[in-house]
Design a binder for this molecule. Structure first.
Ligand code: ADP
Ligand code: MG
Length: 277
């Protein structure tokens, strides 16, 4: 991936370039979140390497989902910073963070179950100019809006095709299987054209065949330069697919390392045996 933007602006710190280090699109530092008396996330720090598939694991209640919520702006942290592509995005609104290229999947809400897959997809890109009514009224701009809608539709079909669900376009989202829903959720997230995707338990309720397909898609997207951070309970899946793993326990980072290092860690084994996984 290029080290400079079109305007020649540096996207990598000079020191990093000199030392040939990898870039870290996501950097979390001193992140903390309490709910009443509960410390859900307790001063955590980690970074995610560009183009990697990084796993965030830990027993139930470890603070994984809260960490995702803090990163994506769904929750405001009590302390700490979140940096994305070098920019401090701490406390920004979810749509601002999504617009910067950091996407997450959302479960399909109940009301969207009564819409087709295609309609769900058309709703996904929140950032279209077409949403601003006055633009459609202004002569000359109308063509522009129409062109944009065509581009969105083209991209929608491209993504449906990529996930091999184009044959489900006219199906109601409520009729999809668990696995097909996961594909649709990921397809929707991809429509915002992100650099990085956060997936919270993307394989929950997915049958082995679809799980394999989802994983293939994730690896394929990684080849294209996308970065992934995923929360997943299945240890074997994490160990076989991630190159880095961050382990949380009781709101803290218990360990960071390669799958092999994590697998052999006494601390990790103990945390899992002590927890209710
Ligand atoms: P994980 O995703 O690792 O299972 P969570 O981040 O969901 O863990 O939860 C971490 C802790 O924070 C848990 O003790 C949970 O009960 C608590 N928690 C999470 N969200 C809230 C909330 N909105 N209000 C109160 N407590 C919460
Ligand atoms: Mg969770």
């Amino acid at each position: 991936m290029s080290e400079t933007t079109e305007t020649g602006e540096r996207t990598t710190a000079p020191d990093d370039e000199a030392q040939g280090r990898t870039r870290y699109p996501l950097q979390v530092e001193g992140l903390r979140k309490t709910f009443g008396g509960i410390v859900a996330v307790d001063d955590i720090a980690f970074e995610v390497e560009e183009g990697s598939l990084t796993g965030l694991i830990g027993p139930n209640g470890a603070g994984k989902s809260t960490t995702f919520n803090l990163i994506t702006g769904m929750n405001d942290p009590d302390a700490g910073t979140v940096r994305f592509n070098g920019e401090d995005i701490t406390g920004r609104a979810p749509h601002e963070i999504a617009n910067r290229g950091l996407a997450r999947t959302f479960q399909i809400a109940r009301e969207l179950e009564e819409m087709t897959v295609l309609e769900n997809m058309m709703l996904a890109p929140k950032n279209q100019q077409g949403e601003k009514l006055w633009r459609s009224i202004t002569p000359g701009v109308r063509d522009n809006v129409r062109r944009q809608e065509e581009e969105v539709l083209e991209r929608v079909w491209e993504v449906l095709d990529f996930f091999e669900i184009e044959h489900l376009a006219e199906e109601y989202a409520g009729n999809l299987s668990g696995g097909q829903r996961k594909l649709l959720e990921m397809a929707r997230a991809l429509l915002t054209d992100p650099d990085m995707l956060l997936l919270d338990e993307p394989f929950a309720g997915v049958n082995p065949t679809l799980e394999k397909r989802l994983l293939d898609h994730i690896h394929e997207l990684r080849q294209d330069g996308y970065t992934f951070l995923i929360v997943e309970h299945d240890m074997d899946l994490i160990m076989n697919n991630c190159e880095r793993v961050v382990v949380m326990h009781q709101g803290k980072i218990l360990m960071k390392g390669t799958p092999a290092e994590v697998k052999e860690s006494e601390d990790v084994i103990e945390a899992y045996l002590g927890g209710e996984v």
